[in-house]
Design a protein around this ligand. Structure first.
Ligand code: C2E
Ligand code: MG
Ligand code: MG
Ligand code: MG
Length: 292
């Protein structure tokens, strides 16, 4: 009886896997067309500075306007793209679109808010990355300070020696460098010292229960003080509640990103937001150190 059940399970799994494989292949083909066509979109999520309460940076997040399935978030298709070797093409599109939007904001006389873009592991190890970034900036008349690249630990650790060389070249170019999803990879602590990051983002999974879970609270505190000792700024991802923000401001976190401050927004909505920037209320700001 146990065997029959086991066999049944096997059948069930393989049928499901076939379905998944078919879905993936369909998605791959559709994604190829999407990149070539006009189905990708870039949203921008504002980050707030906990000292001033001001909008201080934007993260570009890619979306796919799927003809049947509607607007898909990045986690729905970036893994498919990565497996299909499509992330370079998507990455190029994101880089150019972000620079184009930055140029348009500058031309409209908006405040110069830097934009961060996510670099996939494959894109990071593509030899052409540094030249592509330099060309996109120059092509739009932008200084390197306009862009920050977000790189995950997983991407770095794929080949630490090559990764380190690439980071040094990006550093020399002058773009900002952020270690994304911090805490989810391995050997996190040594990476901070070894690689030239300006900032790290504490992963959303640690922020979710930071106000209620002693373990997550201790971990976040440790990350913040360790990063500060190394001269690295700290951003908390996925901040949704005032309780989370209160914990972070009391523990000297530098910036927050999440629905509490703002969701990822289309360009048109940002134009208004940049003209009259949203601010965090005073009770959510870091306590200023007394000047002696
Ligand atoms: P990430 O870089 O950690 O981006 C943050 C993700 O958290 C985004 O999901 C954002 O929409 C979501 N988020 C922001 N605030 C909140 C919040 O308060 N609560 C919750 N629950 N979620 C929040 P998204 O856009 O689906 O992106 C997922 C991941 O896909 C990103 O994680 C990033 O690693 C990757 N990704 C996004 N855009 C790109 C891109 O242009 N290129 C590449 N290579 N990867 C991208
Ligand atoms: Mg990111
Ligand atoms: Mg992140
Ligand atoms: Mg994350």
């Amino acid at each position: 009886r146990a065997r029959a059940e086991g066999g049944g399970q096997c059948l069930f799994f393989s049928a499901e896997m076939n379905q998944r494989t078919l879905e993936r292949i369909g998605m791959e083909a559709a994604l190829r067309l999407a990149v070539a066509g006009d189905e990708l979109q870039l949203l921008y999520q504002p980050l707030a500075d906990l000292q001033t309460g001001d909008l201080c940076s934007l993260e570009a997040l890619v979306r796919w306007q799927h003809p049947q399935q509607g607007l898909l978030a990045a986690d729905r298709f970036i893994p498919v793209a990565e497996a299909a070797g499509l992330t370079e093409a998507i990455g190029q599109w994101v880089l150019r679109r972000a620079c184009r939007d930055l140029r348009a904001w500058r031309d409209a006389g908006q405040r110069a808010i830097p934009v961060a873009i996510n670099i996939s592991p494959r894109q990071f190890h593509d030899r052409g990355l540094v030249d592509a970034v330099a060309a996109a900036l120059a092509g739009h008349g932008l200084g390197a300070g306009a862009l920050t690249l977000e790189i995950t630990e997983a991407a770095l650790l794929r080949d630490a020696a090559a990764g380190s060389a690439c980071l040094e070249r990006l550093r020399a170019l002058g773009v900002g460098l952020t270690l994304d999803d911090f805490g989810t990879g391995s050997s996190s602590l040594s990476n901070l010292k070894r690689f030239p990051f300006d900032a790290l983002k504490i992963d959303r999974s640690f922020i979710r229960d930071v106000a209620t879970d002693a373990g997550d609270a201790a971990l976040s505190k440790t990350i913040i003080s360790m990063a500060h000792n190394l001269g690295i700024k700290v951003v908390a991802e996925g901040v949704e509640t005032e309780a989370q923000c209160d914990f972070l401001r009391r523990n000297m976190c530098d910036q927050i990103q999440g629905y509490l401050f703002a969701a990822p927004l289309p360009r048109e909505q940002l134009d208004a937001l940049l003209a009259e920037p949203r601010r965090l209320p005073p009770h959510l700001l870091r306590i200023q150190k007394q000047k002696r």
